[in-house]
Design a binder for this molecule. Structure first.
Ligand code: 13P
Length: 248
């Protein structure tokens, strides 16, 4: 059985003062059935890991460099993130693919770097609005999945987040049927490539305008194993409800 996962992506939000939200969240969920991961900006990884040393929240980062070390001004390696207390790292978020031109190949190398440092990778994939309108969603998803996920994937080291770009931060979400179609497709592709054992153990998250109002119905869609939540993960009151939905 795949353990449900509630992952919060804080993006470029959060100062040290926001750590109080994490304490409130942890106190509300002392022993959640679902796994809870928070991915703060890099500046907060260490301090949030300290706050969460004795509670059930696990810390992730939002990106890592594909190299282990070297002349990469402003970048952070997976090993540094692990050293700071992260256990997960998001790679290939559409905001990074768009803003920094990250390609599937770079994302694949980042995931490999994450694994070398002992981190679990949350690999993001998703179609644009234009691609959905042109009925290209499954082609795009299939291509990104094939090229962004390294061969050494396991159910332990990999999580896939399906995040339709047009649904991120817009309040729009695909229909439950559309979410189900994409998640079933991803599952089938993973089984075909990695075999049933690994293919069935990788968790598939939905991301894009997930909130306390829609989490319960989205979570019920087959092959949705949790959520990657942006805006609604910033406030303990909101994210708490999403965690509760995932706890079932
Ligand atoms: P929102 O939940 O704010 O739409 O963001 C989703 C996302 O991009 C999570 O990585």
């Amino acid at each position: 059985m795949r353990r449900k996962l509630a992952a919060g992506n804080w993006k470029m939000n959060g100062l040290r003062s926001a750590l109080s939200e994490v304490e409130i969240l942890a106190a509300a969920h002392p022993a959640p059935k679902a796994e809870v991961v928070l991915c703060p900006p890099a500046t907060l990884v260490r301090s949030m890991a300290r706050v969460c040393a004795d509670n059930c929240i696990t810390i992730g980062a939002q990106d890592c460099h594909q190299n282990q070390s070297g002349a990469h001004t402003g970048d952070i390696s997976a090993e540094m993130l692990a050293d700071a207390g992260a256990e997960y790292v998001i790679v290939g978020h559409s905001e990074r693919r768009e803003t920094y031109g990250e390609t599937d190949e770079m994302v694949r190398r980042k995931a490999t770097a994450a694994w070398a440092a002992g981190l679990r990778a949350i690999v993001c994939i998703g179609e644009s609005g234009e691609e959905r309108h042109a009925a290209n969603t499954l082609d795009i998803i299939g291509g990104q999945l094939a090229a962004s996920v390294p061969d050494a994937a396991t159910g332990e080291n990999l999580v896939i987040a399906y995040e339709p770009i047009w649904a991120i931060g817009t309040g729009l979400t695909p229909t439950l049927g559309d979410i189900g179609e994409v998640h079933d497709f991803i599952r089938a592709r993973l089984e075909r490539r990695f075999g049933n054992g690994v293919g069935r153990s990788v968790r598939l998250l939905y991301g894009g305008s997930m909130n306390p109002g829609n989490a319960t119905e989205i979570i019920r869609v087959p092959n949705v194993d949790g959520g990657l939540v942006g805006g609604a993960s910033l406030k303990a009151a909101d994210f708490s409800k999403i965690i509760a939905a995932l706890n079932g």
